[in-house]
Design a protein around this ligand. Sequence first.
Ligand code: ADP
Ligand code: MG
Length: 257
Amino acid sequence: MSELVIKNLHVSIENKEILKGVDLMIKQGEIHAIMGPNGTGKSTLAYTLMGHPSYTVTGGEIWFKGKNLLELATDERSRLGLFLAFQYPVAIPGVTVANFLRSAVNSRRHVVNPEDKGVPILEFRKMLKEKMELLRMDSAFAGRYLNDGFSGGEKKRAEILQMATLKPEIAILDETDSGLDIDALRIVAEGVNALSGPELGVLVITHYQRLLNYIKPRFVHIMLGGKIVESGGPDLALQLEERGYDWVREKYEEAPA
Ligand code: ADP
Ligand code: MG
């Protein structure tokens, strides 16, 4: 069974420490949520897992399938079975969603078997059609150029479809930056609900308190000040929904000295 293990992770941006000792373990088949107010380091964790060059790991470890993730380039992480949203932040004119997904699937197959000649086109089309039906997506979406004029919601749909076709073992899904939180979370949640099962581990990252209206994670973590300060079950998300984040802040944030 695949697992992602994060131990005492410290991360800085431009010499400012953002993550201050994060511990987390996610196994295939488990759904986790990290919740927390804005600016607490949630996206920093997602970008660090992705290997974004602006984020410097100053301490701690990340292991995935027994490999030291920090020694792997972003695309190696992805081909190993870790899925990270934002893998294609730019529009790619002339490359359709379907073609992009097919080449991503092929590069993953190649890692599993270097002799692999790529997924036959008809087999790929059939698989893509099945996934799009499962996710209740309009088939025309596969023919659009990737991210070209995509709305925030369509970018999320493309991410979820990529997750469905790549079949990662662990997926990290961070919310978009602003504006359409609820819409984006709904798209992500519907996708995760449709795809979840023993083969897929998911970490959903959001600041949205009413998470449970959309998704039912087995594990809920609260991040505050660059650390996971509370971990529990869905009851923890329920508490956030009822009481907001203030009680967490009061419990963990010291008064400024
Ligand atoms: P969250 O996703 O929880 O809202 P982030 O991880 O985006 O939080 O940000 C955590 C902290 O890191 C914030 O104080 C933010 O201002 C800072 N930060 C994030 N990205 C950068 C960056 N590129 N340069 C400088 N500071 C950053
Ligand atoms: Mg964020």
